[in-house]
Ligand binder design. Structure first.
Ligand SMILES: NC(=O)c1ccc[n+]([C@@H]2O[C@H](COP(=O)([O-])OP(=O)(O)OC[C@H]3O[C@@H](n4cnc5c(N)ncnc54)[C@H](O)[C@@H]3O)[C@@H](O)[C@H]2O)c1
Length: 405
């Protein structure tokens, strides 16, 4: 008998982090039912009837480098950030224990000293080369797919941010990079790109929810196209940048001249601790800072700062000051304050991305998925940064998908 199903797996890199564990609890809660689906974009009317997998049926697995379990991670978030209902956590505890069995040891190859310090888990294998790591990581994903009889697995990178990684000549084509992968020297690829390559070898769609390099390497994009796979990134647009991408078009449409846009972010979780390292912070600032000039044009003075304030834990506060010029040279200003709970904003988007990417893969989509630009601060191969246009592109894609069914 042929199985009539659309069983998808979601493989998270950084599975037991704040975002990863919130996704795990969210999926368990959706499976058990009786919880609100607020925050899930894919649940909105324009996306009904297009063939998205039911989020309650998504099976979770992933790679991690710390020994904290999914259940411990949600309990920590509950204690420190005051999020998640205690009764819901109790109800979902058996599911989180079961999902924990799908979490495998990640790689420390290509991580910098900041991330290496996070990993107190002595059981993490030492991979001899990027090729060895890619083989081990991709076989974990393939084994997960077989064990759970999944039709497809989407890999989403939600691991700690990495410092910028300069590309060299060997990163330009897959044939050149492939030769370099066997070198025993570190520095061929950052960990995020090793994971992207592993996802591709495991025939999975790949999404980069972080500002790390991931699949943004010409050789890796070439490999994904060779293997007929879709991918997208970078860096989930969940808070301050989301608001910017709605407000900046307003200034442009009213022909108001944005002179400066200065944003100060403070956050206190592990992501904030990792971003406290100036090199790592540079990757994040790059994806957060570009958007205003790209939407309003010209060369406004823009600045983004990020400070680590441990007591805030998962609650990120962003304060933005916009200085702009109106008719006859009159200067005015706008200020806003955003106080968001980072993992609560990010988790439903990760579930959305798993559903959209699995459907795109099922429909034979290959290469970057610009219709998913809506979800990212720095969308790959897309010049569309304003939220309303990104939304229109996503809805268009959904309408085409529906009419092709
Ligand atoms: N929360 C948001 O709103 C949001 C928005 C956009 C992007 N992001 C990005 O998502 C990522 C996760 O955020 P978070 O708050 O969950 O951070 P976190 O520190 O709680 O989680 C990251 C997890 O990745 C793990 N990890 C680090 N290196 C790894 C490796 N080489 N292999 C496997 N696992 C590894 C860590 O052990 C940790 O558990 C960050 O890069 C963050 O910048 C978050």
């Amino acid at each position: 008998l042929r199985r009539r199903s659309n069983r998808i797996g979601l493989w998270l890199i950084g599975a037991t982090g704040r975002v990863g564990s919130a996704v795990a609890l969210g999926l368990a809660a959706l499976r058990r039912g009786g919880v609100s689906r607020t925050g899930l974009v894919s649940d909105l009317p324009p996306f009904r009837g297009i063939g998205l997998a039911d989020p309650g049926n998504i099976v979770l697995g992933g790679h991690e480098i710390r020994s904290e379990t999914l259940l411990e991670a949600v309990q920590t978030a509950h204690q420190k950030a005051g999020i998640f209902d205690a009764a819901l956590m109790r109800r979902c505890a058996p599911d989180l224990r079961a999902l924990q069995r799908n979490v495998r040891a990640g790689t420390l190859l290509g991580v910098g000293p900041t991330i290496r310090r996070l990993s107190e888990d002595r059981r993490i294998p030492r991979d001899a080369s990027a090729r060895a790591a890619i083989e081990r990581l991709s076989s974990d994903i393939l084994a997960f797919r077989r064990r759970h009889q999944l039709d497809r697995v989407v890999v989403i990178h939600t691991a700690s941010s990495e410092p910028p990684f300069p590309l060299k000549a060997m990163h330009k084509s897959w044939s050149r990079l492939e030769k370099a992968l066997s070198r025993r020297a570190p520095g061929v690829l950052p960990a995020s790109s090793i994971y992207a390559a592993a996802a591709i070898e495991a025939e999975s769609a790949y999404i980069n929810f972080t500002p790390s390099l991931g699949a943004s390497v010409p050789a890796i994009e070439e490999r994904a196209r060779q293997r007929g796979l879709p991918y997208m990134g970078c860096d989930g647009k969940t808070g301050e940048t989301l608001v910017k991408s709605v407000l900046a078009p307003m200034f442009a449409m009213r022909n108001l001249n944005v002179l400066s846009w200065v944003g100060q972010n403070i956050l206190g979780n592990r992501d904030g601790e990792v971003l406290n390292d100036p090199k790592t912070r540079a990757s994040k600032i790059k994806t957060k800072d570009r958007i205003v000039a790209r939407i309003v044009g010209g060369s406004p003075t823009t600045r983004v700062s990020i400070d680590y304030v441990p007591s805030l834990d998962d609650w990120k506060v962003a304060w933005d000051f916009v200085h702009f010029e109106g008719f006859l040279g009159t200067k005015m200003s706008l200020q806003f304050t955003w106080a968001g709970c980072d993992s609560i904003l990010a988790a439903p988007l990760v579930i959305d991305l798993a559903r959209f990417a699995a459907l795109a893969q099922q429909r034979g989509s290959v290469g970057a998925m610009p219709h998913l630009a809506f979800f990212f601060k720095d969308p790959m191969h897309s010049d569309t940064h304003d939220l309303p246009s990104q939304w229109a592109a996503l809805v268009d894609w959904a309408n085409k998908t529906r009419s092709d069914r």
